[in-house]
Ligand binder design. Structure first.
Ligand code: FMN
Ligand code: SF4
Length: 512
């Protein structure tokens, strides 16, 4: 039987992948061919990327449209024959070849809803191992791996798990943060659409490790396909006794459900997410107490990002040392970078920490889509700093980026060419904060609105020295006085834009 793979990932669907899959199915006739839907390989500029299994491996055909399907059959693409859209063996593609895919090892390869496919590609090995270990040893493995939170703050996952493990309670929870609100980020979505069992397995292991019997995945409402696939994957997992009263026949119980957010950026902040999960308005809670001690419905709760939890099965399966061996300084393992914005080759780059920013943008990304010079990149979402070309040699990692004035966040990198106006970007940062602020504290709620006005006055050339001083004061108050990172980090993009590109603000010479 010949296998043809067509992605069902949202990015591929937006480029007509469903229609292509239907057109291929209709033409198969009596031939022994099956069309399998997979996630995306993460080479988004090639979508829809159709693959055909051959003895040598999977041959790819890029940017396939419904109109191209008849000619693909005439060219005998089913045997991997030549066609103008052929890109050769997908695994040998320049973009993929040098990546070190651990978390994304199965995405784009397996049928996301087939447990058999999942297991035959290494799935469930981590869970089976965890079931033979004590809770303490599982947590130790996670700690020794050096895994840090991939949602933004980079907090060590093992320490968080240990706190929940140590806290006595009749009920504990595992909450997965799949709100993925940062600009230019899509790794969580692609993992949930392309390999949901990895996340489910990671959450079950977390439950066993800390003594939690219930898990919730908080997904943004803008991800209908991910929500659908997750719900179907949970049903399959229940059928196969991965979830339920006895996980794989063991004494452990674990139940899992999907909860849908309502389109608020601040609900990605973990305590606002808890409020939302409890059915309340998404307002940030003051810390302490931390959610590991007093979390969902007042119970000890592990809150981790999709990428953090999805790294766990591999860490358990291959051992902490294998994961720890990768990376740079205190940033261990791999990071799933997301290349977005004005970039020729946008998509997923999973490599060990330590890769330089320049390599990511130029080697993997191929520079800007417009072909114009890169002016700046924003890393870490709307609250991340702008970096210029002088940061191209920065090795990507939590501390190294912080030293360069930036932050890694969720690993999204948005590229801008030389036509971008950075005063507008700085204004947007303040505007975004004003729009998304939960309103609980004054520096963020009021400061962001005043920030927009002050930037407008600077750009209009009104009393620039005075207004620049005022903007700096405002940034200082927001950074030091905000209750959470929403208001606290908004000054990062504003200050960096001003520092790197003062001319865009129309600052007159002599003005400080
Ligand atoms: C305004 C704001 C938005 C956030 N959005 C997200 C998000 O969409 N996804 C996420 O995982 N973490 C987000 N975070 C970070 C979470 O508060 C929290 O640190 C994270 O979910 C913990 O998981 P981790 O340790 O695995 O990263 C956000 C934080 C802030 C302040
Ligand atoms: S910084 Fe902004 S989002 Fe965070 S608690 Fe204060 S008002 Fe709410």
């Amino acid at each position: 039987m010949i296998k043809v793979f067509v992605p069902l990932d949202s990015a591929a669907l937006s480029m007509g992948a469903d229609e292509v899959a239907t057109a291929i199915s209709e033409r198969i006739g009596s031939q022994d061919v099956t069309v399998i839907r997979t996630g995306s390989r993460g080479m988004l500029w090639l979508e829809p990327l159709v693959e055909v299994e051959t003895a040598a491996g999977r041959i790819g055909y890029a940017n396939v449209s419904v109109d191209m399907v008849p000619e693909l059959f005439v060219s005998d693409f089913l045997s991997g024959a030549d066609h103008k859209s052929k890109i050769g063996l997908v695994q040998d593609h320049e973009f993929l070849k040098s990546q070190n895919r651990i978390t994304f090892s199965r995405v784009g390869i397996i049928d996301p809803l087939s447990i058999a496919d999942y297991e035959s590609h290494g799935g469930l090995a981590g869970l089976r191992k965890a079931l033979t270990m004590s809770a303490t040893s599982i947590v130790e493995q996670v700690t020794e791996s050096g895994l840090r939170g991939r949602g933004g703050a980079g907090f060590p996952a093992g320490i968080k798990w240990q706190t929940v493990l140590n806290t006595e309670s009749d009920q504990k929870y595992i909450c997965c943060n799949a709100d993925e609100g940062d600009s230019g980020t899509f790794a969580d979505r692609m993992l949930m659409e392309g390999d949901p069992f990895t996340l489910i397995e990671g959450m079950i292991i977390a439950g066993i490790a800390v003594g939690a019997t219930k898990g919730l995945i908080y997904v943004r409402s803008e991800y209908p396909h991910a929500i659908d696939i997750l719900n179907r994957a949970i049903a399959v997992a229940k059928e196969h006794k991965l979830l339920g009263e006895s996980v794989l026949g063991s004494a452990f119980e674990f139940e899992l459900e999907v909860r849908v957010g309502a389109g608020s950026y601040v609900c990605g902040e973990e305590t606002a997410m808890l409020e939302s999960l409890e059915g309340k308005r998404g307002m940030v809670r003051a810390k302490p107490p931390i959610p590991a001690l007093v979390g969902l419905f007042g119970k000890p709760t592990v809150i981790n990002n999709v990428m953090t939890l999805s790294a766990v099965p591999m860490i358990l399966a291959d051992g902490a040392a294998a994961y720890q061996a990768l990376g740079d300084e205190r940033s261990r393992g791999t990071q799933v970078f997301q290349l977005a914005g004005n970039i020729k080759q946008g998509g997923i780059v999973e490599v060990a920490f330590g890769v330089t920013l320049g390599e990511l943008i130029d080697t993997y990304g191929g520079g800007t889509l417009t072909g114009r010079p890169v002016k700046t990149v924003q890393i870490g979402g709307p609250l991340g700093a702008y970096l210029g070309k002088d940061s191209w040699t920065v090795a990507m990692g939590y501390e190294s980026l912080a030293q360069a004035g930036g932050m890694l966040g969720h690993g999204g990198i948005v590229v801008f060419d030389d036509t971008v106006n950075m005063a507008k970007q700085a204004r947007f940062a303040m505007e975004f904060c004003a729009e998304e602020s939960c309103g609980k504290c004054t520096p963020c709620r009021i400061g962001s609105t005043r920030g927009v006005e002050v930037i407008d006055r600077i750009v209009a050339g009104e009393e620039q020295s005075k207004n620049l001083e005022l903007l700096e004061d405002l940034c200082e108050v927001m950074a030091d006085g905000s209750l959470c990172a929403m208001g606290g980090l908004t000054p990062l993009p504003v200050r960096s834009a001003l520092k790197l590109f003062p001319a865009d603000f129309g600052i007159k010479s002599g003005v400080k």
